[in-house]
Design a protein around this ligand. Structure first.
Ligand SMILES: *[C@@H]1O[C@H](CO)[C@@H](O)[C@H](O)[C@H]1NC(C)=O
Ligand SMILES: *[C@@H]1O[C@H](CO)[C@@H](O)[C@H](O)[C@H]1NC(C)=O
Length: 495
């Protein structure tokens, strides 16, 4: 009888949860989720691909988790992060061409539901630490209006790692505790402290202060390892003195080592504080590495900003003691930035389809090492620079060009260099990425593949018909830091 009564009241309690949330998730199944973005980390910038790099903690995540071999992001930061959070292709939001620059009245669309907002509906606490770069001129564009309970970090895409000065020497380090005007503060006290330390410490602090009975979603979006190449000297001398190919690669190694140390600090806090038993960690780079900043995408071709594999196929690692029972393994199914929103929602226990997005939920295929539900995707359709690329199964179609730099850079010690390639390209190129992941042999002239080429051109055209032109957001001079006490602040483009 007593047991029966307990069941009845448990049933009632669940009903209450269901009716509040419009979904049924049992409270204790929801995992904590840690999303770590590395900025501009190349495919070959990790120790498990290039032994010159010193990344023991990232290597451990890869060794114990699911290391993804065909996970893609966009070619640059803003489109990538917007795709990730919205589950929509940037070319359907007018965001495909480039990153946001500081004075523009531009943002990720404010009228679409994004991942953290949806997780909040499931009862998650949500925090954002680090680089945002998705618009900030109106408060409605900032993280605390976009589903995050708190934000600590930088609004812009780049700046000094120590002085936190962005464009026009505007200070860009913020602590936003909520939505009220008084919740927005400028973190002047943190000037002079390396951002990798700041973002690591803030994440650990959130973990300490959070009540673990509520599931938490934290985005830790490191500024590292984006340029400028700035790093405390001891990371160079202690970890990267062996890197001698050039000064940039050495500094890049040191910045990556510092970020890796931060990841180690966060993972050990997760262990010590008891989060790890019900935790999913995703480590992912926002785009390929910029080879001009010492980054390596070896053996992939090209660089950040290009649609070559080196600009778009990224380091992606999922790690969970509880939710990936068969790990470790490598999973080579196709995954695109837009797929993470539905995939992480499913991992959080949400069982409804999500409408109005382009992404697919790949959680079960990943967990069971099955075939990806994604069989094709658009790398990008850039309506300004007029180039695009499409993936269909193992084939990749590049239309017009893929961008430059377009060679293969920074081979690990012992690997033979690949020759520079001609810069003149045919209108279409076709690569078989299973047989030729380094994109060395253009198959567009292969007679046997004529039908494939035609079918892919048609598919690409069908996507092109859906393009929303790149939004030309106006400059708003009143946003300049000189009008705001020398800082980049929010709230100067409200209608
Ligand atoms: C990691 O923690 C150690 C020990 O507290 C600290 O000295 C170091 O600066 C931290 N690293 C980062 C990147 O925050
Ligand atoms: C910024 O853009 C929004 C939406 O398009 C518009 O309502 C607002 O007036 C713009 N503000 C400025 C200062 O340009």
């Amino acid at each position: 009888m007593a047991t029966q009564q307990r069941h009845v009241s448990l049933g009632l309690a669940l009903l209450v949860v269901c009716s509040c949330l419009h979904v049924c998730v049992s409270a204790d199944s929801r995992p904590h989720i840690l999303l770590i973005f590395a900025d501009d980390l190349g495919w070959g910038d990790v120790g498990f691909r290039d032994p010159d790099m010193v990344t023991p903690h990232i290597d451990r995540l890869a060794r114990e988790g699911v290391n993804m071999g065909s996970s893609y992001m966009q070619q640059v930061c803003t489109p990538s992060r917007a795709a990730f959070l919205t589950g929509k292709y940037p070319f359907k939001m007018g965001l495909q061409h480039s990153v946001f620059s500081a004075l523009r009245n531009n943002s990720m669309p404010t009228d679409v539901s994004i991942l953290p907002e949806h997780l909040k509906e499931l009862g998650y606490a949500t925090h954002y630490v680090g680089k945002w770069h998705l618009g900030f001129c109106s408060k409605k564009m900032t993280p605390t209006y976009r589903g995050f309970d708190s934000f600590y970090g930088m609004y812009n895409g780049k700046g000094g790692y120590f002085d936190h000065l962005s464009k026009w020497k505007g200070y860009d380090m913020h602590e936003d505790k909520g939505k009220r005007p008084e919740d927005y503060t400028i973190a002047w006290k943190d000037q002079g402290v390396y951002s990798t330390n700041l973002f690591t410490d803030k994440t650990v602090q959130i973990l300490r202060e959070h009540d673990k009975t509520t599931p938490v979603f934290i985005t830790l979006s490191y500024q590292a390892v984006h340029g400028p190449l700035e790093v405390p000297e001891h990371y160079v001398t202690n970890h990267c003195s062996h890197v001698t190919v050039d000064k940039k690669r050495k500094l890049h190694c040191a910045m990556t080592a510092a970020m890796d140390e931060g990841i180690g600090n966060v993972t050990s806090a997760l262990d010590t504080l008891g989060y790890s038993d019900n935790l999913i960690t995703l480590f992912v780079s926002d785009n390929g590495g910029p080879i001009k900043e010492g980054s390596s995408n070896w053996p992939l071709r090209g660089s950040k900003i290009t649609l070559w594999e080196g600009g778009t196929r990224v380091v992606s690692i999922l790690h969970s003691k509880k939710h990936l029972p068969d790990a470790p393994y490598q999973w080579d199914g196709l995954m695109h930035a837009i797929d993470w929103y539905p995939t992480l929602m499913k991992a959080a226990g949400y069982n409804q389809p999500i409408t109005g997005i382009d992404g697919v939920d790949n959680w079960q295929p990943i967990v069971s090492q099955g075939a990806s539900k994604r069989t094709e995707f658009v790398y990008n359709i850039d309506d300004v620079k007029k180039f695009s690329a499409l993936r269909d199964g193992k084939y990749k179609l590049i239309a017009n060009k893929a961008g430059s730099p377009d060679g293969w850079y920074y081979p690990p010690t012992g690997a033979p260099p690949k020759p520079e390639t001609p810069r003149k390209y045919p209108q279409y190129m076709l690569f078989d990425l299973e047989g030729d992941p380094s994109e060395e042999n253009d198959l567009s002239g292969n007679r046997d593949l004529e039908d494939t080429l035609t079918a892919m051109k048609d598919k690409l055209q069908a996507y092109k018909d859906q393009v929303i032109p790149t939004r030309e957001a106006p400059k708003v001079a009143s946003g300049k830091p000189k009008h705001h006490g020398g800082a980049w602040v929010s709230g100067w483009c409200d209608a």
